[in-house]
Design a protein around this ligand. Structure first.
Ligand code: ZN
Length: 327
């Protein structure tokens, strides 16, 4: 084996529900994986102990082959300082994640941290659907709506590490209250909970013939709505069309500012409902942007299998960035 083929990176996604870790080859191939429940109520120290417990054995066995550790977290992530701020789902105000992990691991391998959606974007750039693209936007539609922007080949992080907060672009200031405190944020519609809320409203209004009657069960999920849509249910199709339209408005804002060549759509709902959402998003995009800025634009599903694999891409991305700075 040549040197490049034995190089490995570790990726860790710290989510509100689980900590997922992956050992990943240079080409993105998954070599090993493991996970633990996050149980964030224990506090950040216990969560970071668990991260160290997950990756420690790989570092011990991998020796010099492991080039670094990439970590994705929610919140506002200052990747230069290695700190995470305001990660509401984890209950973290301010956590010096890189320093804390390096203390626990006592390793030479560098540790990088990024906002989770940025880690997914870099995963697509390094391993996935955006390989070879310098200008693209990653859009993750799941429990919320996350975004990551690569412009001119570099991740765009903004003045205060708040760039690409696509989910909190308010599209309807009179709309539903968002957990952030504003109204009508894009993710109040473009997300799993947004889709469920919309389907409930349509069911109560009784506008559509549907197997989803006004007596919708309390535990209705976005996945079930997508299944009904696949079976031709009018209400489910209409709800997904509306979500697709809102997604198109978000994409139009990205097109006007960034002129990307590609959108990569990921996240649980983004992938499961890709074929239902994207035609409506594309039509809305065409209504709202200059023809020249969207005609050749591609919209494709994400290819990176897991957020932990995406996080491993930070190692290769920052390796390259550091190399560029030193030259
Ligand atoms: Zn919001």
């Amino acid at each position: 084996m040549d040197a490049a083929s034995t190089e490995l990176a570790i990726g860790v996604d710290v989510g509100a529900t689980k900590i997922a870790a992956a050992l990943v080859a240079r080409d993105g191939e998954l070599v090993d994986s493991d996970q633990l429940l996050t149980r964030p109520e224990r506090g950040s120290a216990a969560v970071l102990d668990d991260v160290a417990r997950l990756v420690g054995p790989w570092l011990d066995r991998g020796g010099g082959a492991i080039r670094g550790i990439g970590v994705g977290t929610p919140g506002q992530v200052n990747s230069a300082a290695g700190t995470v701020h305001n990660a509401v789902n984890l209950g973290w105000d301010e956590v010096p994640l890189v320093a804390e992990l390096q203390d626990r691991l006592m390793e030479e391998a560098p540790v990088w941290v990024q906002k989770d959606a940025n880690a997914s974007a870099l995963g697509e750039l390094v391993f996935g659907a955006a390989r070879g693209y310098d200008d693209f936007v990653y859009v993750g539609v799941g429990s919320g709506l996350g975004g990551g922007v690569v412009a001119g080949g570099r991740l765009l992080t903004g003045a205060d590490w708040n760039a690409a907060e696509l989910g909190h672009l308010s599209l309807d200031p009179a709309g539903r209250l968002c957990p952030c405190g504003n109204r009508g944020c894009a993710e109040t519609v473009v997300s799993g909970p947004g889709l469920v809320a919309l389907a409930r409203r349509y069911a109560v209004e009784g506008r559509y013939r549907s197997a989803l009657g006004p007596e919708l069960s309390d535990d209705l999920t976005a996945e079930q709505i997508v299944e009904h849509a696949a079976a031709g249910d009018e209400l489910a199709l209409a709800a997904l069309a509306e979500v697709g339209k809102w997604l198109g408005i978000v994409l139009a804002a990205c097109v006007a500012i960034l002129n990307p060549a590609l959108f990569v759509v990921g996240g649980g709902l983004g992938l499961a409902a890709f074929d239902f959402l994207v035609p409506h998003a594309r039509a809305e995009l065409a209504r709202r942007t200059l023809a020249g800025s969207h005609q050749d634009l591609e919209i494709v599903p994400s290819q990176v299998a897991s957020s932990a694999v995406g996080a491993a891409s930070l190692v290769w991305y920052f390796d390259r960035e550091r190399g560029a700075e030193n030259n």
